[in-house]
Design a protein around this ligand. Structure first.
Ligand SMILES: NC(=O)c1ccc[n+]([C@@H]2O[C@H](COP(=O)([O-])OP(=O)(O)OC[C@H]3O[C@@H](n4cnc5c(N)ncnc54)[C@H](OP(=O)(O)O)[C@@H]3O)[C@@H](O)[C@H]2O)c1
Length: 287
């Protein structure tokens, strides 16, 4: 990809999005950083001073399509879209917190928003002869932990969408990257904490869902597994640019990041073993 590229990054006001914006700027790219509202924060000022241009982009409320068209008009091209904005929802399926409205809202931000952004950017990238789409998924896009079914549902949806999409747009030289981070000490857990702090209803106390949510709320998951958002951002930029650790390797679609990758490896083995064990029964319905 010829530098400097134009990177559009959603949810860049803090956390992984902010670090990715900084890493992309450091690599010499032009960064258009999306945030909700126009509030000025330390991060907003820092990115602005480093050369980023802020745009208001709420993945639930904005007219994502016209905002992307405006960015393309202003810069002449959009080379990389990073669908990073997202948040977690904790609580058992039965509990109030995961009411249908709560689930709809997180689906809107974590799934529909990225889908709309991809649909808007693909014709631009196709016409300019290529580009890259980076969708920030999660280890929860592969493994479903009890207590976070709503969040898991969004990331599984994003995984399925992206895997299919990647094959559709490959002929147009549009690369797709599905990033699967494990726990990182960003604002993510603070946001999710407001959800996991909602008391579990009585029947769930002491169950596995209760234990997972308590561990998340107490910060134990991050302490046990926590990866660095700064290093994760560096890996993402290197993967897109094919520099650094990715200078000589083609990484394909998925980029797992963090210690939970071991859980993904084990999950894959269990899945294969299960399918093998049941293969005889599975094919028994063949006609
Ligand atoms: N941290 C982890 O442990 C972890 C692990 C796996 C995957 N991830 C994924 O990494 C991505 C970034 O999360 P993070 O860890 O950096 O969390 P974070 O520090 O909470 O940052 C989340 C970002 O998303 C933005 N956002 C939330 N709702 C939005 C909306 N409706 N429209 C636009 N922006 C919105 C936030 O903006 P405001 O500042 O306006 O709220 C913020 O910039 C998410 O997709 C998350 O699912 C995180």
């Amino acid at each position: 990809m010829s530098a400097p590229s134009v990177w559009l990054i959603t949810g860049a006001s803090r956390g992984l999005g902010f670090e990715t914006a900084k890493a992309a700027l450091k690599a010499g790219h032009i960064v258009v950083a999306g945030r909700r509202g126009s509030k000025s924060t330390t991060q907003v000022t820092e990115l602005e001073s480093a050369g980023a241009k802020w745009i208001e982009l709420d993945m639930m409320l904005s007219d994502i399509e016209s905002i992307i068209t405006k960015v393309e008009k202003e810069y002449g091209h959009i080379d990389v879209l990073v669908n990073n904005a997202g948040y977690g929802v904790g609580g058992t399926v039965e509990d109030l917190r995961t009411s249908i409205q709560t689930i709809r809202e997180v689906m809107e931000v974590n799934v529909m928003g990225p889908i709309r952004a991809c649909r808007a950017v693909i014709p631009i990238m196709r016409q300019q002869g290529g580009g890259a789409i980076v969708n920030i998924s999660s280890v929860s896009g592969i493994i479903s932990y009890p207590g976070i079914s709503a969040y898991s549902c969004t990331k599984h949806a994003l995984e399925g969408f992206t895997e299919s999409l990647s094959k559709e747009i490959e002929p147009f030289k549009i690369r797709t990257l599905l990033v699967e981070p494990g726990s990182m000490p960003t604002g993510f857990l603070d946001t999710a904490l407001s959800a996991v702090n909602v008391p579990r209803s009585e029947p769930y106390l002491g169950t596995i869902a209760d234990m997972v949510l308590s561990a998340a709320a107490g910060g134990e998951l991050v302490k046990a597994h926590g990866g660095s958002p700064v290093l994760a951002a560096a890996r993402i930029v290197e993967a897109v640019d094919r520099t650094g650790v990715f200078a000589d390797r083609d990484i394909g679609l998925r980029l797992p990041l963090g210690k939970e990758t071991q859980e993904i490896i084990d999950w894959g083995k269990d899945l294969a073993k299960h399918a093998e064990e049941l293969q005889e029964i599975a094919v028994s319905i063949a006609v």
